[in-house]
Design a protein around this ligand. Structure first.
Ligand code: SAM
Length: 187
């Protein structure tokens, strides 16, 4: 695929404990404008299959990749190659970082962005390698909430509907019930 403009790196995924929350990270990533999702920690094909099914039904947008060595990926992304042979930008979501509403306006937008989301233990090098350490409030809460608020603030809105092309099912906003167009039989 083309060089991702916004990628998410999920560190430390644990089978058994994290599939639901990591799925939610993927769902938030695809809905709010990311086009790539890197998974580190335990490999989890079942979780990827679930996200792929959502893509198939509601439009394919998210490229999924398991990475054995997330630190190598991160170092390469910021120092050498963000997918197009040139260094990119990395932002680590952490309660210890600079408040997102202050940080985002200062962040570079001319290079692909990798958003790093932690798991149980985040290696100290993540703080050093990422050009930005960004908090969404200075209290511990949820990686899903942190990613959603960050992406909303970064992009200003939920991804454009053409971003979801190829969707079998298209939901039309309706204040009074469900309106869903089924494109399965479209020419
Ligand atoms: N240490 C906990 C554990 O053992 O499961 C999990 C830490 S926390 C829930 C996981 C991730 O959520 C963090 O690494 C960070 O990326 C994100 N996070 C949590 N609170 C945050 C905040 N206030 N601002 C930004 N990110 C946050």
């Amino acid at each position: 695929m083309e060089t991702p403009q916004i990628a998410v790196l999920r560190l430390g995924h644990r089978l058994g404990r994290d599939p639901r929350i990591t799925t939610h990270l993927g769902l938030v990533a695809r809905t709010f404008g990311a086009d790539k999702f890197f998974l580190a920690g335990d490999e989890d094909q079942k979780m990827f299959d679930g996200l792929t099914q959502v893509d198939e039904r509601f439009g394919k947008v998210l490229d999924l990749e398991y990475v054995k060595s997330p630190m190598r990926l991160l170092r390469r992304w910021v120092e050498e190659d963000a997918g197009d042979g040139r260094p990119g930008v990395a932002a680590h979501l952490t309660m210890y970082g600079e408040e997102f509403r202050k940080a985002i306006p200062k962040m570079r937008r001319d290079r692909p962005l990798l958003i790093v989301v932690g798991g149980a233990k985040v290696p100290g090098d993540v703080y050093k390698l990422c050009q930005y350490n960004v908090s969404v409030g200075s209290q511990p809460h949820s990686e899903v909430a942190a990613l959603a608020l960050f992406l909303d603030s970064w992009g200003g809105s939920i991804a454009e509907s053409e971003h979801f092309k190829g969707a079998q099912l298209e939901v039309i906003p309706n204040s009074d019930g469900k309106t869903v167009i089924d494109h399965s039989n479209d020419e």
